[in-house]
Design a protein around this ligand. Structure first.
Ligand code: PNS
Length: 163
């Protein structure tokens, strides 16, 4: 049984995240999309809202035969992965600029849990500049984000803005 954890803030889910899920799913039997409940940050969406959106959008993605789960977590990713008996942590790399941060994180996670490997996947080049932060910024300033985030996420962002 090959089980992986795909951790992130997912505030909000982007098509870049979905691209990494689609690419990594065939490598595993089970994957847990793990949504960080970061109490220090002020996210646009609550952790429950982020999990709900991922659950709603996941069926639109070809995840091969990989069984998908969505869970929130607090604390260390490595500890969460161990608690779920995952053998791998999946992360996407968009550009060279991601590499340094991701390398530091992967090495720290390996130090914490030597049995768990980080598996890096290269995002499709069409998503190489897509980040949740940029999507929120562009959306809030009235720019077009269609094609870069799922339609459902865009709808929820619109609803959030008019709250
Ligand atoms: O989507 P993001 O914000 O790039 O994801 C970052 C995330 C959630 C993977 C990272 O911040 C994380 O693992 N946080 C949990 C705390 C932790 O384990 N920190 C040590 C990592 S070296």
């Amino acid at each position: 049984m090959r089980r992986a954890v795909f951790p992130g803030s997912f505030d909000p889910l982007t098509n870049g995240h979905l691209d990494i899920i689609r690419r990594s799913a065939p490598l595993f039997d089970e994957m847990i999309v793990a949504v960080l409940n970061n109490l220090e940050k002020h996210p646009m969406f609550s952790v429950e809202e982020r999990c709900a959106m991922i659950r709603e959008v996941l069926p639109t993605v070809d995840t091969s035969d990989c069984k998908m789960f969505v869970e929130s977590f607090s604390g260390l990713t490595a500890e969460f992965a161990k608690s779920r008996k995952a053998g791998a942590i999946v992360r996407g790399i968009r550009a060279v600029s991601d590499y340094e941060y991701e390398l530091r994180m992967a090495l720290m996670n390996r130090r914490l849990e030597p049995e768990i490997e980080t598996v890096f996947l290269m995002a499709g080049e069409e998503y190489s500049y897509v980040s949740s932060t940029l999507m929120k910024q562009v959306f809030e300033l009235g720019g077009r984000v269609a094609g870069l985030i799922p339609e459902l996420v865009e709808e929820r962002m619109r609803a959030k803005n008019s709250e």
